[in-house]
Structures are given as C-alpha cells and as structure tokens.
Design a protein around this ligand. Sequence first.
Ligand code: 26Q
Length: 809
Amino acid sequence: MFRDKETFKNAFLEKMQAVCGKCLDEATAFDKYMALGGMIRDYTSRKWVKTNARYLEEDAKQVYYFSLEFLLGRLLGSNLLNLGLTPVCREALDDLGIDLNELEDAEADAGLGNGGLGRLAACFLDSMASLGIPGHGCGIRYRYGFFEQRIVDGYQVELPDNWLRDGNVWELRKPDKAVEVRFYGAVREESSSERTVFVHENYQAVLAVPYDTPVIGYGNNTVNTLRLWSAEAVQTDFDFSSFSHGDYLQAVEYKYSVEAISQILYPDDNHYKGRELRLKQQYFFVSAGIQSIVRTFRKKNGSLKQLPEKVAIHVNDTHPVLAIPELMRILIDEEGIGWDEAWEITTGTISYTNHTILAEAMEKWPKDLFRNLLPRIYMIIHEINERFCRELWDRYPGDWDMISSMAIIADNHIKMAHLAVAGSCSINGVARIHTDILKRQEMKNFYIVYPHKFNNKTNGVTHRRWLMKANPELAGLITEAIGPGWIREPAELTGLLKYSADPSFREQAAGVKKRNKAVLAGMIRDKYSFDVDLDSIFDVQVKRLHAYKRQILNVLHIMDLYNRLLENPNLDMAPRTFIFGAKAAPSYYQAKTTIKLINTLAHIINNDRRVGDRIKVVFLENYRVSLAEMIFPAADVSEQISTAGKEASGTGNMKFMLNGAITIGTMDGANIEIYEKVGPENIFTFGLTAEEVMDYYRSGGYSSRDLYENDSRLRLTLDSLVNGFFPVPADEFRNIYNSLMVHNDEFFVLGDFAAYTAAQLNLDRAFRDKAKWLEMSINNIAYAGTFSSDRTILEYAKDIWGARQLSVE
Ligand code: 26Q
C-alpha cells in the first residue's frame, strides 16, 4: 500500500489536509506528527480487523495481560519499525523537506507506569504481537501519566503529565463496549429452595469505557489490542436539568468522584499505601476487563466451563488480583455456577507474577475499608479464605502457625499476595535468584503446599525498541556482520562472538558508540550548557530513586574519587562522566534528598577547575522511555548496584548490555544470569552476596560505625555530608548521613564501599585498554539475546498460558 515513496508522499499530503485543514508550510511538527500517525493508524486498521477475525476463526486461546501500568513511551517510531515502513517513510518525508525524527519528537510519551514493572508490560505486548501470540493488554487510561520531573535549584519538582492534552492518535474509543462497575452498597441474600442468590443493592455505578490501542507485531501482520479503561459517570444518573439544587451538588460530586478513578497513576513504586482510591482503580479495571472477556467468550462459546481452555488471564503483581474474586462473582452470581466448579474455572484461568520481595511493597487492605467499598467481593474473599484455611487444616492439622502465616484474611487485613497464590495456577518470580528467594523465604509455606505452582521466568526486554529503534546504527552493523537472522532469533546474536576479536569490527563498533555519545553530549550541551568529554567513560545509573538501589553508593564513590583527585592531581585515571537519571516518589523524603545531593555534588565538581575535565557529573531531568532510548546507546558503563537480594530482576541492566555497555554490579536479580552468560571476564561484580546479607539480617553483626572508624577514605567522604562541605543548610543531608551512621545502614552501603571502589579501579584499567574494552563490549551484545522478551514470552506461553503462535496473512 505504502511500499513506494510517491504513494506514501501523496497519502501523507492528503492526510495532512484532512486532519489539520492546513497546507504543509503552515503546519507545525505536531500537526505533521498527527497526520503521519493517523495515516499509520488507518493503515493498521485492516490488519487489526484481520487479526481479530483470524483469532475468532481459529478459536485460538487468548491471553489477557492485566496490569495497572503500561509504560509504552512513544509509538510512532516503533510502529513504523514493526510495519517495516521506516525507510519509505523517511525518504518520502525527506523529499518534502521534513525530518522524521522531528515528528517523532512531537509525540508525548505514554508514561502510564512507574518503572520496571510497567515497562516490562510494554515489552511483553511488543513480544506477544511480534511472535504472533494472541495476547492483549488490559489496564487504565490514566488522564495523567507518571509526573514530569523538573529540577529547580537541585530539588525535584513534580508537574502533572498532561499527555492527552492535544489528543492521542493511536487510541480508539469504543463506547458500545462500555460496561458498568459497582461500588459500595450492601448485599441482600435471597434464598430459594434451589440456591441462595446474592443481590447487590444501593451501589454506586460507574461506567467503564474502553479505549483500544493497536499493538503491532514485527513484520507479521499481527495486530493485538491494548484495552485501557476510562471511568465515566453513568449517564442516566446524571441529568443535571432534572436535579434540584441539593441534588445538583450531589450530582457534581458524583461525577468528580467517578472521574477521579482514572485520573492519575500513583507515583509510588515498590511501596504500598492503603488508599481507597487505589483500591477503586484496581477493582474498576479488573471488573471491566473480566466482564469484557466473559462477554466476548460467550459470543463464541456456550458454557464457561471451557474458559481455562480458551482464555489465560495473567496478573502483573498483586495489583489486579481482584480478578480472582471478580471472576468467581460472575460465574456464581451471574452464571449460576456452583462454588467448586467456579473455583476450578477461576484457578485454571489465572496466573500471577511477583515483582518484589520488599516488605513495604506487599499489598494488604484493611478489612473494613475493603468491605465497605466492595461488599460482595469481600464476601467471596471471606469464603475463599474459609475454604483455604480448612484445606490447610486438613493437611496440617493443628499447625496454627503455618495456617495463620498463610491466611488470606489476618490481622484485620486482606493479604493480596496470599489471595494471588491461592487463586491461581501459576506463580512466578522474574529472575532465578528472586524465584529462589520466594520459594525458600518469603513464600516458603506456600511453596511447601503448592510446589507445582512455582516457576521462574527471567525478565527480558524487546530488542526491537531497545536496539533496532534506539540504536539503528549498531543494529545495522550487527546485520552487516552476521546477517539479519538475529532480528527474529535474538539468540543468534552469539554470532558476534567471532567478531569481538576482529580489529575492523571493533573499530566500527567504537565509531557507533562514539557517535551515540556525541548525540547525548549534544543534548547535554543544549539543555544544561556544558560540555562532556566524548573520550571519557560514560558511567550511567538510570532507574527509580530508591534506597535499595543505592544511588548513594555511586555518590560516595564519586566523592571519594574527587577527594583522591584533589590529593593527587596526577592521578592516573580515565576521564569519567557520571550520568544519573531518576525520579523519586513525591512523598519519599530520603529519595528526594538524594537527588538534591547528586545535583549539589555535580555543581561543585563541574565548577572545580582543579579537576578540570577529568570528572563531570550530570543529572538528567525527567528520565522517561524516550530519554532512555538516547541514553542506553551512549553508555559505556551500566551501574546495577542494588543490595544483593533486593532487586527482583532489573531490566535496565539488559538494555545497557544490548547496547554494548559493561555492567558493574552486585550479584543480584538478573545480574547473576548476565554474569553467567558473559563470564567473569566481561563484567565487574562486587559486594556482599544475598546469603551474606540475609545472615546479617538474621544474626546481626553488621556495624556501619565500625566500617566508618576503620576506613579513613570512607570517613572523609561521609563526614563531608554534614560538616559544611556542601553549600546547603546545615542539616540538608543529615537524614542520609543518619540512615548510614545512626540507623546502621539498612542497605549495607558502607559494607560494600571498599569492594565497589576496587571494582571501579579495575573497570578504569580495563577501559584504558581500548582493544580489551571493545572485546568486552561486543561480547556483551553477543550474549544479550537471551534477555530478549521474546525468549521470556515464549516461556510464559508454553509453561503457563498454553498459548500458541498463529500466523496472520
Ligand atoms: C502498590 C500499591 C499501591 C501503590 C503502588 C504500588 C506499586 C506500584 C508499582 C508497587 C510496585 C510497583 C512497581 C514495582 C516494580 O517496578 N518492580 C520492578 O519490576 C521489574 C520487572 O519485573 C523488576 O525488574 C524490578 O527488579 C522490580 O523492582
């Protein structure tokens, strides 16, 4: 259709007029982006219809990935890539004097996620479509995405992310597919001779309206669906003209409280807070999603007994776990199915991924708050709990400790992870060490009772967005060397191993890296008005700001290096540019202080002529998917330095590796599997192991004070947090200092300091051996294929979902 340049040009010009009513020279970059996006969307719609028809005709098993977060980023570039239209589009626009990159930059990021968990969901959608797996996303269409971060005087300031302000070309509103979701009210039991019927009365109804976004597979004509739900007032309840004054106010109140449900994404990651609105969000999209699945299923199939054969529902962490009682409710109350059969259907359909072992992230809802908001769902969970505890009692009579540790309702709270394990057929962790910790510690008792449910699925990232789109020059170089097979079979990247010793290939790889560094440096120059040295090590830590991720350890190393440079101006070292990007949860005080610390340190170092250009520190504002696409290709070093046992997997580590950066990291999360793949000669590992960390937690014996007393470098560094070294109010960084020194350093920053600085020294030496470094870098790319989300998704499809790949004409 758009295969040749001329057709493409004409179609674009026509769309331009239709969409904006403007001719080309009046149009802004955004106008042109909208026209191009609209054109691509129209082009996709035929494939979309065909894909759905094919799924129906094949009666193929459908996967629904339920997630409160989908961190998509921008879609124009990846859609063009997956449709194979990038070259023709670029050429056609070139002819018209338009730069495609400029149009891509006009698109707002769809930032409907916090970080790892949300971005994983987006990578999974891309992989499902690209592998031809009938798999769809289900979530919330947040009016405001993850906040926009500004740095003002070194401090983080949050602004609303009004990503829908100018419209969203990719979505399609489907009002005819709207469903009703019910909150509050009471449940009345009506008993007849046959059965008891539960009637939910005096509820507040909310209309859930779906917006569908096409998820385009790579070169395979498959277009799956991401369905995001928006909350609206039920129309019949909201006829303003018929209300008297008091009712009018009530009506307005109702409308606002309803719309609040899909208004904002909660900006806390790995931290749970018991807010009613969050629970409302969870039930809202889960209920809408399940109703919509059941409705679709019913059109084709008679009885819901076959549901597990035809449908797999996956819940991304515990956030959508009300899918379990909601499906039970529909089967029992609306379909008239008995409890036991309903339970079999439900547990056969639902599977669950755990993403964290941090205690503060475990969701538990106060019983009373829950019962008030969702009375019927509460009854069902209560019954699930009764039966579950009875079953445990039968198997472990008298073992109260075990049973109370596993109960779904305990201490006046509903424990969502317990509900998830009891009510699903599969529970998986996201890296081997994480799954092992779940089995051996956090969910030990569940593992004893249900060993067959537990399995590991090590995370992955889509190499289409994170290599082909983000780093086209490197992708081209790889294809030149080993052919294009790696694009469909990323494991074939190992073909590069024979090139890592090839001087000419190394030189070309070095050239690509340097040009990518120049692009990032150009951005830094434009935005922050200073230069960074392209020959310096680009040492990057980009991820959410969290104590367990230990940005502070990185900062202490920089401070130490700075001290050493001042002591010895002839210090033999490669120049370094330390690059940070991180958002702190708005209510996470210490995380925000850490941002201020990084910025204050950056200001001091970057303006100290004594260190000249040997070290620079940059904090990149507003880290997000589109910025990440510029950062990974330019990185030399990937900082993955969490306290061992705390980072479930990490996925940034994989994006860095795929772009030839070398990891300095702890034996945590997927770093361990990266280490095993690349071997000790291609990675810098250091620090306490997860076992050693556990031993300290269990048996004590860790003293940050002792470490401080016995290490003069550490003392110098730590003291400067509170001795007036920084030009800030006296106690500005006191809380950081106290967490390390007074509260005995929960995350073992001091304990790992010596090992970390030693690893950094090794790294510095390796970098200065150019040939060696390039070999390491190429080896990392070669081994990155395992960490493609295609590998991960094929494992989910085979081991958990029982879903098959299907070709679309
Ligand atoms: C829960 C309740 C209330 C409000 C917010 C939350 C909430 C929100 C987001 C809890 C957790 C999250 C996000 C967690 C997350 O991103 N975890 C990361 O998941 C990645 C993908 O598996 C892993 O690679 C990371 O290691 C893990 O930290």
